[in-house]
Design a protein around this ligand. Sequence first.
Ligand SMILES: [Zn+2]
Length: 204
Amino acid sequence: MPGPWRYCPNCSMPLTTKMEGGRERIACADEDCGFIHFGNFSIGCAGVVIRDGKALIIQRGIEPFRGSWQIPGGYVEADEPILEAVEREVREESGVIAKVRDVVGFRHSVGGSIGGPATNIYLVFRLDYLSGEPSDADSEVMGAGFFTLEEMEAIPGVQGLSKWAIRKAMAADASPGLAPDSLGGPQRPGFSVFGLGGMGFEQA
Ligand SMILES: [Zn+2]
């Protein structure tokens, strides 16, 4: 039995199971439809923005973890380029305008390990500050500001992963590691390609 799902979310035919890629998976009984349930996945993004040796963090105004502090971020929409997503989340949650420079790191978490059922990749970017002052005007935010790592130690409930990413971003060399490559990478609508050295590095 295919579990709690009974009907194909694509064509509404009954679901069955099928061997695909070395294991049995929930699949549509209709061969023409071809729907296979590979799993439940989501992508999160967040941004480290540093100004004058201080990093931008926001205080969550919604559950889960209401009241805790973290770098601004959120889910990447299915139809949204990831660079736009992280710059949007930073702007919406803090009022700060910033532009992606490179990737600080990422966390892969298997479904169930961070609460929700989805297997998640959470990508943390380093962004260059452009303009704006931190604001808590967003309804999902209770506070926002630039703080040094020392100041953050005195703030209760700053997320460990955020502090890790801020330490990494502050310690990293100024030259890009894994960065957007809009010149040298494969070009295609909807693609965002990242490579070591960033923009057209191998042609330099
Ligand atoms: Zn179907």
